[in-house]
Design a protein around this ligand. Sequence first.
Ligand code: AP5
Ligand code: MG
Length: 216
Amino acid sequence: MRLVLVGPPGAGKGTQAQFIAAQFAIPKISTGDIFRANVSQGTELGVTAKKYMEAGDLVPDEVTNAMVRERLKEDDAVDGFLLDGFPRNQPQAETLNEILDEFGHQLDVVLELVVDDEEVIRRLSGRRTCHTCGHIWHVDFDPPNHPGICDHCGGELFQRDDDRPETVRHRIDVYAEQTAPLIAYYAEAGILVGIDATGPVDDVTERAIAALHPYG
Ligand code: AP5
Ligand code: MG
């Protein structure tokens, strides 16, 4: 399955991506995670991406597109993938089409996670991520057994720099202006499926897997 997850910041893309990717045995490719790994390693890509991410702006397309092109060439992505956080604007969507064309492939489905802005703000203000394994927690909605420590691997949890309230508001605006128009674009292409992404994490996972079943 060649799948794109789309939805506003905090919709639960990363949370659901871990379960969906495991269910359909496809690699999860998160542009945000790749950028964050580069920032923490201090690579040239990380140095470039950092200032945009801290401001809640999109990293320039030429940088992002080149990174995704390289990642999709890797062996594990040849037979399918889940993209989390890409494409995020029309030029990126066109680049994805070009890359897939080169391989003689096409996108099977775009899954939209639907949540409102108030829920997004509640979710992002309490998000904690594991430094070691990347698992995503929430202090109220999905808390680990011991605050600050990952249940899965014992790693230390951190709060993302771009989850400050003013940056969150800007990321929501960037999503509305640049990414949301892709929903109509993929609906027109006949490959958009939307699900209600509110309620318990497990319920959302069930809805996602049921919606994707015809494509898997
Ligand atoms: P990115 O990392 O992709 O961030 P985002 O799209 O803003 O999305 P988030 O990761 O914030 O939210 P999510 O939907 O994954 O939610 P999560 O599962 O964590 O991008 C970051 C930055 O990188 C961008 O701003 C940009 O600068 C750059 N970048 C990335 N891709 C780019 C691209 N293509 N082009 C240019 N720049 C790019 O869940 C959030 C919280 O909610 C968690 O605490 C979770 O536990 C909780 N939660 C999840 N589901 C539920 C539920 N059902 N009920 C209650 N709580 C829930
Ligand atoms: Mg995410």
